[in-house]
Design a protein around this ligand. Structure first.
Ligand SMILES: [Zn+2]
Length: 91
């Protein structure tokens, strides 16, 4: 927590997260506050680690979508191999 901002009315130091001045009760700019939050979100999105985690999650989600298809494919191969084995045994 850092008192980086100043109340526009009484110049009392206030926290950037504060909605009201703790000294005079002046309502601090909500637009400024939300803009700060948006900037923080943008900074977080630009963070390499966050992007890597997001990329990994996307890959995991893609793998999860592909996996049933792969399993079905393996099942088909295994089923065909078993059927082929039975045919061979008959002969
Ligand atoms: Zn104030």
């Amino acid at each position: 927590m850092t008192a980086a901002e100043r109340c526009p009315q009484c110049n009392h130091s206030v926290f950037a997260e504060d909605r009201y001045c703790s000294k005079c009760g002046m309502k601090l700019a909500g637009a400024y506050r939300s803009r700060r939050v948006q900037e923080r979100v943008r900074e977080a999105m630009q963070d390499r680690r966050v992007r890597q985690v997001a990329g990994g999650a996307a890959i995991g989600a893609a793998a999860g979508l592909v996996l049933p298809v792969v399993t079905t494919g393996l099942g088909l191969v295994a089923g065909a191999a078993y059927a082929g084995y039975k045919v061979m045994k008959k002969d």
